[in-house]
Write a protein that binds this ligand. Structure first.
Ligand code: KG4
Ligand code: ZN
Length: 331
């Protein structure tokens, strides 16, 4: 049985995981830094890098101990090499290089977006290539056609904010704290999604792309009137955002060669309302719908280890030990 150690440190979660080639997550740990960043209302890169540096080594040790795995048992070490906050990425990648060298196994420098893109296959053994993927996180909002490992074609992206960013900014406006997505989702359950008139940017546009900046500004203006309960604003924002996503995705699906499955991944894929709207869209298009469990949607190391497994399975080459961390790295 092949065993891969995965490391994730590109933003504000420090994570390590051991994943087997039969899709078993043998052991994993995630330490969120929410408390450290909350006073600033967003992730502070220097604080993040220092926290990763403090936490990662003991975490890797603990995960390996829990899995009953020693260096000699590993078949590869996979780490996020970008895109992300460069200090944090470097902490994880340098650790992975040292471990790969010590264990004399391949180093897999994983694109964080590839980790998200392949994560649905970790949870769903029946999910075969090709599939249409909505990748929605704090930094990215893309529609991709995934034809295989390393074979990604981007069909749409955002011209301004990512979807998770729009949730986070809405949360900030409503004073819900950071990170905002889960808080907006919770509050939205008590609100009326039709109560606050908000725009649906680019809905119906002939262009493929997303835009959320105008929606966020409209949320700010609606809140400033003082006329709407925060729950109504949260619910109306979420509804508008979902309608945009469904419209844009419908646009892309209508223009691509048919694929059997519609898949969602990334932090916003943890949102139950988003998931159920996508499930409806998949049914309308006669597609199978697949979404990882919420814990695999937000940043984690199991998806990075799994991307390493996927690469091993196709016989991909190891990355050289001098591979660089990349703050920007389009998929
Ligand atoms: O994938 P992820 O953990 O990190 C990035 O790679 O960016 O995504 C984090 C994003 C944040 O913007 C967070 O607010 C959003 O995902 N998010 C959610 C939910 N859970 C996380 N957005 C809406 N509803 C949620 N339940
Ligand atoms: Zn992510």
């Amino acid at each position: 049985m092949g065993i891969v150690l995965g490391i994730e440190s590109s933003c504000d979660e420090t994570a390590a995981a051991i994943v087997a080639d039969d899709r078993t997550i043998v052991a994993q740990a995630i330490a969120s830094q929410d408390d450290a960043h909350a006073p600033y209302g967003g992730v502070v890169p220097e604080i993040a890098a220092r926290a990763h540096a403090e936490r990662l080594a003991p975490m890797i040790e603990a995960v390996m101990r829990e899995a009953g795995v020693s260096l000699g048992d590993l078949d590869a070490v996979a780490a996020t090499a970008g895109p992300g906050l460069i200090g944090g990425v470097m902490v994880g990648l340098v650790s992975a290089k040292a471990l790969a060298m010590a264990a004399d196994v391949p180093l897999m420098a994983i694109n964080h977006l590839e980790g998200h893109a392949l994560s649905p296959r970790l949870a769903d053994p029946d999910l075969a290539f090709p599939y249409a993927l909505l990748l929605v996180s704090g930094g990215h909002c893309q529609i991709l056609r995934v034809d295989g490992v390393g074979r990604y074609r981007r069909l749409a992206t955002t011209i301004d904010d990512a979807l998770g960013e729009a949730f986070d900014k809405t949360a900030k406006i409503l004073g819900l704290g950071f990170p905002g997505g889960p808080a907006v989702e919770r509050l939205a359950r008590d609100g009326n999604p039709q109560a606050v008139p908000l725009p649906r940017p680019l809905k119906g546009s002939a262009e493929a792309h997303f835009s959320f900046a105008g929606l966020k500004s409209a949320v700010l203006r609606a809140h400033a009137t003082g006329q709407h309960p925060p729950a109504d604003i949260a619910a109306s924002f979420q509804q508008a955002a979902i309608e945009c996503v469904i419209d844009r995705l419908g646009h892309s699906l209508g223009r691509m060669a048919p694929v059997p499955s519609l898949v969602v991944a990334g932090g916003v894929a943890a949102n139950a309302a988003v998931r159920s709207a996508l499930e409806g869209l998949a049914a309308k298009h006669g597609m199978r719908f697949s979404a990882p469990p919420p814990a695999l949607c937000t940043d984690n190391a199991a998806m990075i280890a799994w991307a390493g497994q996927e690469r091993l399975a196709i016989g991909a080459q190891a990355d050289p030990l001098d591979v660089a961390a990349r703050p920007r790295w389009p998929l």
